[in-house]
Write a protein that binds this ligand. Structure first.
Ligand code: NAD
Length: 498
């Protein structure tokens, strides 16, 4: 059993709050325990972070970047060990866990590029008068992250916030706190000075202590919309800079002219990847046909999607082609919630094209939380399966007669993370890019995650706050721009600066 302590001032410290257990979704065995942090614990961490930040913030970015270079090397060298830990605590496959760490590596590479980007500038704005701007750290900042990406989501924030000269306090999900030990250890071995990076464990009370602590300047939050909203409200009320990413209900528009293979693979992977427990997963497929011929073609494409999905077994390995497997659901409660949602959809008139409720778990994992891929056809707009974020491997198919009808359905969602279109018609793709209510749009791509330096973030109830959480549009979350105007000599010419 792994014991998880806070990481404070370069030391592992047992928090003073209640113990909680970490359970593997694969078999429901207890694999670790952690302890909730109280305001007193947060205070200790903040004191250490403040002392360390004074020196770190004054360290030139090129020196700070050397630490992140070594961090990147360690992540790559220890990819297998870190992904094994991540997979065991959140239930995703080893392949998916490796992929999320590699995305963290990509964000680290972006953070490393900041030293060579325009982080300041100077211009003679009037005779003898110079304006200059510099990017400065905020001081102590914090990140609060969800269960479904125990390594990647924190690494959306950590490298960028550290490269910009902040001390960073990370509160991982109370369901998946174990990976944090390995990331803290990697940063320390990379040479990060003690106190610059801290980890605090806990749930709601710990989050509230972070939001209420006067010396923490900015918060990056990623999780469900309900919590994102309260984090944004409470943090902003306490005059912090807050960016809070929430949940999603992502739509795919399927047109009759779509390519069979690209579509079948793209849709199947999108709603089953991470067992549907990711904010970019496809959740609703709007199948668009206005004539009998188009209807026939759409039915062909749907059959291809179902056949592709049938190749996915349950297991921890992942893989590609016919060897593909899908991981487990995070908890028994989430599994029960998904089973109820499927039963409710049937009552609401949906027809099951694929029913995952009699899953075949991998050997030795019979006690885990398993649900096979499920496809619900003829889901009614406005019904539970059409509008709620289910967060599992369930695809709701809504039959539509036109693209505008599909867009209207998508636009009526409270969320706005991603929308994708499968078509070979560039005009239709452009129409969707313009009219989809989403921060991220995919054309023949089921999971349209932007690669660095393009930034990640949704709109509407999928994101509260300004900017994005990664890439070029994340810099203002973790830094301020200072403007300096200078005149050294008396000028003979009169101007507005005299
Ligand atoms: P969650 O909202 O339950 O938890 C997120 C974080 O908040 C965790 O650290 C948790 O300990 C803490 N928390 C939980 N309840 C709280 C409360 N009442 N007050 C304060 N803090 C609380 O989310 P989850 O179940 O861990 O993750 C799944 C959700 O996250 C889904 O809705 C998913 O769409 C969303 N998500 C969004 C993105 C994105 O980029 N938009 C990325 C990943 C996950």
């Amino acid at each position: 059993m792994i014991e998880c302590f806070n990481y404070c001032g370069g030391e592992w410290q047992k928090p003073s709050g209640e113990e909680f257990r970490v359970v593997s979704p694969y078999n429901n065995k207890v694999i670790g325990r952690a302890y909730a942090s109280t305001m007193r614990d947060i205070d200790h961490v903040v004191t250490a972070a403040a002392t360390a930040q004074k020196v770190w913030g004054e360290t030139p970015i090129k020196e700070r970047s050397q630490v992140l270079f070594r961090f990147r090397e360690i992540l790559l060298a220890e990819l297998k060990d870190i992904s094994a830990c991540t997979s065991s605590e959140c239930g995703k496959t080893l392949n998916e866990a490796e992929a999320e760490i590699l995305k963290g590596v990509e964000v680290t590479e972006f953070a490393l590029s900041l030293q060579n980007l325009d982080l300041g500038g100077r211009l003679e704005v009037s005779r003898g008068v110079f304006c200059e701007y510099r990017r400065e750290p905020l001081g102590i900042v914090a990140g609060i992250t969800p269960f479904n990406f125990p390594a990647m989501v924190p690494m959306w924030m950590i490298p960028i916030a550290l490269a910009l000269g902040n001390s960073f306090i990370w509160k991982p999900s109370d369901k998946t706190p174990l990976t944090s030990r390995l990331l803290a250890d990697a940063l320390t071995r990379a040479g990060l000075p003690a106190g610059v990076f801290s980890v605090v464990h806990g749930g709601r009370a710990t989050v509230e202590a972070i939001l209420d602590h006067a010396r923490i300047s900015a918060i990056g939050f990623v999780g469900s919309t309900a919590v994102a909203k309260t984090v944004y409200q409470r943090g902003s009320h306490n005059l912090k800079r807050v960016l809070a990413l929430g949940g999603a209900k992502n739509h795919i528009f399927l047109l009759p002219d779509a390519d069979d293979e690209l579509t079948a693979r793209g849709v199947a992977d999108s709603f089953t990847g991470c067992a549907g427990q990711r904010c970019m997963a496809a959740s609703v497929l709007c199948a668009i046909a206005s004539t009998p011929a188009e209807q026939k073609r759409i039915d062909q494409l749907m059959t291809a999607i179902v056949n592709q999905t049938k190749q996915i077994s349950l297991g921890s390995k992942g893989g590609t082609g016919t060897e593909r497997s899908m991981g487990a659901i995070i908890s028994a409660e989430s599994l029960a919630r998904l089973q109820r949602a499927i039963a409710q959809a049937e009552k609401d008139g949906a027809k099951l094209m694929l029913d995952g409720r009699n899953p075949q778990p991998p050997k030795g994992c019979e006690n885990g939380n398993w649900l096979g891929p499920t496809i619900l056809d003829h889901v009614k707009p406005g019904s539970h399966a059409a509008i709620e974020e289910l967060f599992g491997p369930v695809l709701s198919v809504i039959r539509c007669r036109s693209l505008d009808e599909a867009i209207e359905i998508q636009n009526s969602s409270i969320y706005g993370n991603a929308v994708s279109v499968f078509t070979q018609n560039g005009g239709i793709a452009e129409y969707v890019a313009r009219h989809g209510k989403a921060g991220m749009v995919g054309v023949n791509i089921g999971v349209p995650v932007p690669r660095e330096p393009f930034s990640f973030g949704g709109v509407a109830a999928s994101k509260f706050g300004q900017g994005d959480i990664t890439g070029i549009h994340s810099l203002n979350l973790w830094s301020d721009v200072k403007k300096i105007t200078t005149k050294w000599a008396q000028q003979r010419d009169a101007n507005w600066m005299n």
